[in-house]
Design a protein around this ligand. Structure first.
Ligand code: GLN
Length: 483
């Protein structure tokens, strides 16, 4: 059952080949069996079985939608009513969310069954999932390697087929980079498409929730349920609903693809470049045309991102003060000691580094030199994309410059770690949608290709990815140990 797509599982449920309770038990057993991956922080077995039996009743009554009775996982950044919600941090290790995030509510309403909460880099800061208070997640393709981050738990779980789909978030690449490292498909929607209510904030102007699954069609089904206006998120955009699933089968004849010349430089592993060119050739066979484009300010995305994201996080994380909720240090001697020790003990090293950088770049003497300048660069980067997307329908390139690296290889060198986001963070700075899908292997590790579209063009990029997945089979591969 674990190799089936959401659509196939839905058919199996409909035809009474198995019940949602059986399906849920099947995935819960896999989660237990493969717990050495450390992909989950919390398993919600009891709630899952209850939700599954409710789904079975609905199906028996002939009421079935695409996600009715389908098991999924939530990244532990989404608040789940009555369930521990940690954001990968000791700071929230004792936090039981008193409400559901909008994304959680929407997926519940669509009938999905939540199996548990996935491991992640602390407060979604990281590219390797080594920054979690709950320990590193392992890449199912080789457990000595990182799964990417910060949604590494969700990505590893999908790659090992511990669930057919999962939620994730992407502030600078955290859906696409782990999707690439784990050989699965993930889409970061346009900023404002998916509600951020109840999604623990890292950098509010960049954060966006989205789905991960084995393939683009399953991502479309998930996004269909997750997207939509929410008055509780002031940046959520009120637009007519789009049918992502209906668009999947459209032919892509005449599609105009742009390849950014700056993406294919000497920093990119040439074997990854070859695989991207092979995949683009497949799209050409389906009738797409290709041209070279330029994103001249793209190389500035890392310095701009690593000023803006820490600036916003230093403000967002001020709320963790030991007073209202979360961790509090033991036996404080006075209020100042309580603040100091709570925050020094409750946050990990990377989170503290970001808070320090953010506080620095926002301080009065440096605000103009760093923060304002980074915001100007952000506009230049967005304008490059807008210009290019006037001439092409989608922009295609690698998701990451390298394949997954070994656990421990980069965690003492923050700059090397940050360079993982070179092709992804510019997309967040511009607020555009981007998808990563598997296109082959280098050194036995998966390679991802990124498809970037115009604002709210999720249907288009899912369509292109789905069409490519109709003529390739990389998305069907399961690592041997988990097959
Ligand atoms: N790797 C990036 C960072 O560490 C992006 C993280 C994310 O998208 N949440 O900030």
């Amino acid at each position: 059952m674990y190799t089936k797509s959401i659509r196939e599982l839905g058919l199996g449920l409909k035809n009474k080949e198995f019940s949602s309770v059986e399906l849920t038990k099947h995935f819960l057993e896999r989660i237990k069996k493969f717990n050495t991956l450390n992909a989950l922080i919390t398993t919600t077995e009891e709630q899952a079985l209850k939700a599954a039996s409710q789904a079975d009743q609905k199906i028996a009554a002939g009421i079935q939608e695409d996600l009715t009775g389908i098991p999924i996982l939530h990244k532990d950044i989404f608040c789940t009513n009555g369930v521990k919600t940690t954001c990968g941090s000791l700071m929230l290790d004792n936090f039981i969310a008193p409400y559901d995030a909008t994304v959680v509510t929407k997926l519940k309403d669509a009938g999905a069954v939540c199996l548990g909460k996935t491991n992640m880099d602390e407060f979604a800061m990281g590219s390797s999932n080594e920054n979690s208070y709950y320990g590193p997640v392992k890449n199912p393709w080789d457990t000595a390697y990182v799964p990417g981050g910060s949604s590494g738990g969700s990505a590893a779980a999908i790659a090992a087929r511990l669930a057919p789909a999962a939620t994730a978030t992407d502030t600078g690449g955290s859906i696409r980079q782990p999707a690439a490292f784990c050989g699965i498909t993930g889409i970061k929607p346009t900023y404002g498409l998916v509600s951020r209510f109840g999604m623990i904030a890292f950098a509010s102007s960049l954060d966006q929730g989205g789905p991960m699954a084995a393939n683009a069609a399953d991502c479309a089904i998930m996004l269909q349920a997750m997207a939509g206006f929410d008055e509780r998120d002031s940046t959520c955009v009120n637009r007519p609903k789009v049918d992502y699933v209906a668009e999947l089968d459209k032919p892509i004849k005449g599609l105009r693809i742009g390849l950014p010349q700056e993406f294919f430089n000497d920093k990119l592993n040439p074997a990854i470049a070859d695989l991207v060119h092979n995949a683009v050739k497949e799209l050409e066979k389906l009738g797409a045309t290709v041209k070279s484009i330029s994103l001249p300010n793209g190389h500035l995305c890392i310095p701009a991102y690593y000023i803006i994201a820490p600036a916003e996080c230093s403000s967002n994380l001020a709320r963790y003060d030991g007073i209202r909720f979360g961790y509090r240090c033991k036996d404080p001697v006075d209020l100042e000691d309580m603040y100091k020790r709570t925050r020094s003990e409750g946050f990990g090293a990377e989170v503290k580094r970001r808070i320090l950088i953010g506080t620095y770049v926002l301080s009065s003497g440096y605000y103009d030199a760093y923060y304002v300048k980074a915001q100007k660069i952000r506009t230049l980067i967005a304008n490059d994309f807008i210009k290019a997307l006037n001439e092409v329908d989608v922009i295609i390139g690698p998701t990451t410059p390298e394949v997954a690296f070994k656990i421990g290889a980069k965690n003492t060198d923050p700059i090397a770690m940050y360079l993982n986001d070179i092709y992804t963070s510019s997309v967040n700075l511009a607020g555009l949608p981007g998808l990563s899908l598997p296109i082959g292997f280098v050194n036995n590790l998966p390679v991802g290709m990124q498809i970037i579209g115009n604002y709210f063009a999720e249907a288009k990029i899912l369509n292109v990815a789905h069409q490519l997945q109709q003529v390739t089979d990389w998305h069907t591969k399961v690592p041997a140990e988990f097959a």
